[in-house]
Design a protein around this ligand. Structure first.
Ligand SMILES: [Zn+2]
Ligand SMILES: [Zn+2]
Length: 417
């Protein structure tokens, strides 16, 4: 068997790994489009024709470049039901963003259409045979429908973690453990640090919301459409069911889809009730209503790259506040606002005068969870990807000290396993 590391080797973004058994199985095919100054947008092309692509979850760094595979073939695409439905929504959106930012699509429109038509859904724990290779998905605890992928071939087990979280959150149970694999390919995003206690963060968030609202302002929460939007709604409504919340942007549609898959969320009843009690922005003119009364606004984009959140930021009163709850890639408006206090509007730097905060509600495993995961999975060999270069290398070095055969592969490296 062979592994080709086509992306996310020493970086976060453009995830793609090819596993060759009797079949060529691609794990993810993502993009890195959030930072315009970074020219490395896409994974390196697959050296072999692809028989199947497994999409671990529908974040753009894992699914955004999927149509490109259909330029040279007609693979089947395997994903959980929520990943398929949300993936289709996000692929349409990513095509729009790429055209806006870069002028043209890096694949034909017909490839986009073929990708949409080639999804085959597979639930957790169901086994599919691809030739003589058996493929099973396991809950990754990252976002609704996120999966770890296990391939078994000629008595060997290869596990691809995708993005995962090993502790419970408001929306999800912890990632499942698939023990004693021969090869593990794991994410390494936060190999260098632990996250703060989640219960404390939930309380802090609700306190900020109440305080800002009682001062007559708006609390703006820029959020990823999938995962974070639903989690923030759930958290706020658990902490205080009376909080006035508006939801805007693509998170509205993503939440509707998520609510349709109750078996993929921890407390579906609570989530449904929470969704019923928030206000939804259905058309642009609703936005002037949002700004009339104090409230919490949960809106895309999480890194303030596009989406209605940016419009709100520029219209908020002095009593308002903005809190980021997720990762902001360098070069994005979110990053610039957090680090340097400005956003870019039509090429000009604008410095909002409201307080800017960050609460670390990560959907990724923390440093201790990453080590615990590797220990429990107990792999014969482990490859560390999906983290910046220093994190991947350092994680592999530390795992070696713990007695594991660990390595941080380089981009486009082919390794026989
Ligand atoms: Zn993700
Ligand atoms: Zn990712």
């Amino acid at each position: 068997m062979e592994l080709d590391f086509l992306g996310a080797a020493g970086e976060v973004g453009r995830s793609s790994v090819l596993l060759s058994t009797d079949q060529n199985i691609m794990f993810d095919c993502g993009l890195k489009i959030h930072n315009k100054s970074d020219p490395h947008l896409y994974p390196t092309p697959s050296p072999l024709p692809v028989d199947a692509v497994v999409v671990s979850h529908p974040h753009l760094d894992h699914v955004g470049y999927l149509p490109s595979v259909f330029e040279h073939g007609n693979p089947q695409v395997i994903a959980t039901p929520p990943t398929k439905e949300i993936g289709e929504l996000l692929l349409l959106d990513s095509a729009k963003i790429i055209i806006e930012e870069y002028g043209t699509l890096p694949y034909k429109r017909s490839s986009h259409k073929k990708a949409m038509e080639s999804f085959r859904v597979q639930g957790y724990h169901q086994k599919t045979m691809l030739g003589d290779s058996a493929l099973t998905l396991f809950d990754a605890g990252h976002i609704p429908g996120s999966a770890q992928v296990l391939v078994e071939y000629e008595g060997k087990k290869v596990l691809y973690s995708g993005d995962f979280k090993l502790s419970e959150t408001r929306m999800h149970k912890a990632a499942e453990i698939v023990p004693d694999v021969d090869v593990l390919i794991t994410e390494s995003t936060y190999a260098n640090r632990d996250h703060p206690n989640r219960q404390d963060l939930e309380v802090q968030l609700a306190q900020r919301a109440k305080e800002v609202i009682s001062n007559g302002g708006h609390l703006l929460l820029p959020a990823f459409a999938v995962g974070r939007t639903q989690e923030l709604i759930s958290i706020l409504k658990s902490q205080d069911p009376e909080l006035p919340i508006w939801v805007d942007g693509m998170g509205v549609e993503a939440s509707r889809i998520v609510a349709g898959y109750p078996s993929y969320i921890k407390d579906a009843r609570h989530f449904r009730q929470s969704m019923e009690s928030v206000n939804i922005v259905r058309e642009p003119r609703d936005r002037s209503r949002v700004l009339k009364e104090p409230s919490v606004i949960v809106s895309t984009a999480g890194m303030l790259q596009g989406g209605p959140a940016m419009g709100y930021l520029l219209s908020l009163s002095e009593q308002s506040e903005i809190i980021f709850t997720g990762y902001c890639v360098e070069g994005t408006n979110g990053y610039n606002l957090l680090q340097n206090g400005y956003v870019e509007v039509d090429g000009e730097q604008v410095r909002p005068s409201i307080p800017i905060r960050y609460l670390d509600f990560s959907a990724h495993a923390s440093r201790s969870e990453l080590f615990e995961y590797v220990e429990k999975v107990n792999p014969g060999k482990v490859f560390c990807i999906h983290g910046d270069s220093a994190n991947c290398t350092q994680f592999a070095e530390e795992l070696k000290v713990e007695g594991f055969d660990a390595y941080a592969p380089k981009l486009a490296e082919r390794i026989t396993i």
